[in-house]
Design a protein around this ligand. Structure first.
Ligand code: PEP
Length: 261
């Protein structure tokens, strides 16, 4: 059984007091959990991608959780880039991950593949794990273009210098985000296989196989099924990550996967 990642994306939600309450409840749930497999963090990675200011709040309170940002500047290091947050700054406050190319940023902020490629490279250069989001719109799928769209989004991998074990792809069909709709099992499995195959091709087989997470309306009720699908190495979780009990339920589904339940 391969490793499993459960990564939350809080988007533009939360404040220091709601985060503290969340972490207290999460830690409580964790301490009450019986039969936690030994070494559970060796195979089950769990992280929360927070708005920038909350990363500093979480910094000293996340022994059971890794931490990530939801965006990173295209500009390197530090300098006169008002409003930007560089990969180096994220690394310095203890970030492990950064989400790049989320469909909301592609759509609302018109982020292009070229910009996304630069951001992924900045993250990698700072030794962050980049979570590159790809996925088709409903209209793309209806027209039979889902694979073409995802292939095009993946093509940036050709241009990047990617250290081993530093890239995660999240397949997030845009029509499944926050809608309660989920692709059928065969569609998820086929797309994950395609992403692994095309990713290997675009990186000229230089990388070890990278994890491909599924994102879009994952809940405690459907997580165990989704995590059992072929080629699914975990989930990127939006709405359900805001409630510690839901996120914990999803994390437990990843543990059960390893327990073979
Ligand atoms: C997301 O936006 O990354 C996401 C997966 O959202 P949700 O889980 O709410 O569908």
């Amino acid at each position: 059984m391969t490793n499993c990642w459960v990564i939350g994306n809080w988007k533009m939600h939360g404040n220091p007091s709601s985060l503290s309450a969340w972490l207290n409840e999460w830690n409580q749930l964790f301490s009450e959990k019986n039969n936690l497999p030994q070494n559970h963090f060796a195979q089950n990675y769990c992280g929360l991608c927070l708005p920038f200011p909350l990363l500093a709040v979480a910094q000293n309170n996340t022994s059971t959780m890794q931490m990530g940002a939801q965006d990173v500047s295209q500009f390197p290091n530090e300098g006169a880039f008002t409003g930007e947050v560089s990969a180096d700054i994220l690394k310095s406050i203890g970030c492990d991950y950064v989400i790049v190319g989320h469909s909301e940023r592609r759509e609302l902020l018109k982020e292009t593949d070229t910009l996304i490629a630069t951001k992924v490279q900045r993250a990698l250069d700072a030794k962050l794990t980049a979570i590159l989001c790809v996925g088709e719109l409903a209209a793309d799928r209806e027209k039979g273009n889902a694979y073409k769209v995802v292939q095009q989004q993946l093509q940036i991998l050709e241009t990047l210098d990617i250290p081993k074990q530093s890239l995660i792809i999240a397949y997030e069909p845009v029509w499944a985000i926050g809608t309660g709709k989920i692709p059928v099992q065969a569609d998820i499995e086929q797309m994950h296989e395609f992403i692994k195959q095309e990713g290997a091709r675009f990186t000229k087989n230089q990388l070890e196989p990278f994890p491909v997470l599924y994102g879009g309306s994952v809940k405690p009720e459907n997580a165990a099924d989704i995590f059992s699908y072929r080629g699914v190495d975990g989930g990127l979780i939006g709405g359900a990550s805001l409630r510690p009990s839901d996120f914990f339920g999803i994390f437990c589904a990843s543990l059960d996967r390893h327990a073979g339940k």
